[in-house]
Design a protein around this ligand. Structure first.
Ligand SMILES: Nc1ncnc2c1ncn2[C@@H]1O[C@H](COP(=O)(O)OP(=O)(O)OP(=O)(O)O)[C@@H](O)[C@H]1O
Ligand SMILES: [Mg+2]
Length: 243
C-alpha cells in the first residue's frame, strides 16, 4: 500500500450561502502527481486554501503525514512541509529573482549566505539561467515567473507541493518545459504534488491519478484514462473542453 501524505476528510467551506467545498474527501499518496480538475467555481482553489491554512474549514479535517493540521495558520503549515504556488501570479517587482527565492529558503536556513546557496541550487534545478538571477520580477517572462515561483516553493524544502494553474497562459512548448521540471521534482526530489489545471493535455499527460471536483464535491477519481471516459466527468466538465 502506498503511504498517504495528505488526507482530506469531509471538508466543508461555505461563503455566505455558497458551499464552495461540500463534504470533500481525498487522499494523496507519497511521490505521486495528483491532478485536481473540474469546471470554474468547482472549489479547487478553496480546497487548496483549506489545506494551506488560508481558510479554516467549517467542517471536516485535514491530516498531513498522519497529523491533524486543520485550522493551523499558513506559516505553521509551510514549516511542516506544504508549499504552494498561487493561481494569480504575484509579481515580486522590486526583488531580484535570486532574492525572491532566497526569501523562501530563509524559512529553513536562517543564515543569509547559506539561504542564498540553497536559492541558487533550486534556480539551477528549475532551469533559470544564471544571467537571469539578478533581474527584477518585472523584467522576466511569464514562463520564467512560473519557474521562479516553483523555485520559491522548492526553496522551503516541502514534502508536498500544491500548484494552482501553473500552466495557465503558457505556450505549448513552454508547457512541455514545465512538465519536464515537475516530473524531475517528483522523481529526483521525491516531492508529492497536487496539480490544479484546466489544460487537459498538460494535466492528463503529467498526472499519476486524477480527482474531479464539481460544485464542491468529488465526482470521480482514477487514472487519467478512467476519468476521461467517465460519463459524469464528460457531462460536468470535459464535454465543454477540447482534449
Ligand atoms: N473569498 C470568497 N468569497 C466568496 N466566495 C468565494 C470566495 N472564494 C471562492 N468563492 C466562491 O466559491 C466557489 C469556488 O471557487 P474556487 O475559486 O474555489 O473555484 P475553482 O475551482 O478554483 O475555480 P477556477 O477553476 O475558476 O479557479 C465559487 O462559487 C466562488 O465564487
Ligand atoms: Mg481556482
Amino acid at each position: 500500500m502506498p503511504k498517504t501524505v495528505l488526507r482530506v476528510v469531509d471538508v466543508v467551506k461555505r461563503f455566505g450561502g455558497i458551499v464552495a467545498v461540500d463534504h470533500m474527501s481525498m487522499e494523496v499518496y507519497e511521490n505521486e502527481i495528483l491532478g485536481l480538475i473540474g469546471p470554474n467555481g468547482a472549489g479547487k482553489t478553496t480546497l487548496f486554501n483549506c489545506i494551506t491554512g488560508v481558510y479554516r474549514p467549517d467542517e471536516g479535517d485535514v491530516y498531513f503525514m498522519d497529523e491533524k493540521i486543520t485550522g493551523l495558520p499558513p506559516h505553521v503549515i509551510i514549516q511542516k512541509g506544504i508549499a504552494r504556488t498561487w493561481q494569480k501570479v504575484r509579481p515580486f517587482k522590486k526583488l531580484t529573482v535570486l532574492d525572491a527565492v532566497t526569501v523562501g529558503a530563509l524559512l529553513r536556513i536562517p543564515d543569509v549566505d547559506s539561504a542564498q546557496e540553497k536559492a541558487k541550487e533550486v534556480l539551477e534545478f528549475v532551469g533559470i539561467e544564471k544571467e537571469k538571477w539578478s533581474r527584477l520580477g518585472s523584467e522576466i517572462t511569464l514562463i520564467e515567473h512560473k519557474l521562479v515561483d516553483l523555485a520559491r516553493a522548492l526553496a522551503t524544502e516541502p514534502k508536498l507541493l500544491l500548484l494552482d494553474e501553473v500552466a495557465a497562459g503558457l505556450r505549448p512548448h513552454e508547457m512541455d518545459r514545465l512538465a519536464k521540471v515537475l516530473l524531475r521534482i517528483r522523481d529526483e526530489k521525491k516531492i508529492t504534488m497536487i496539480v490544479v489545471e484546466h489544460v487537459m493535455r498538460f494535466v492528463m499527460g503529467l498526472s499519476d491519478r486524477i480527482v474531479v471536483m464539481h460544485q464542491g464535491r468529488k465526482i470521480a477519481e482514477g487514472s487519467p484514462q478512467q476519468v476521461a471516459s467517465d460519463p459524469k466527468v464528460i457531462e460536468a466538465y470535459l464535454g465543454t473542453k477540447p482534449l
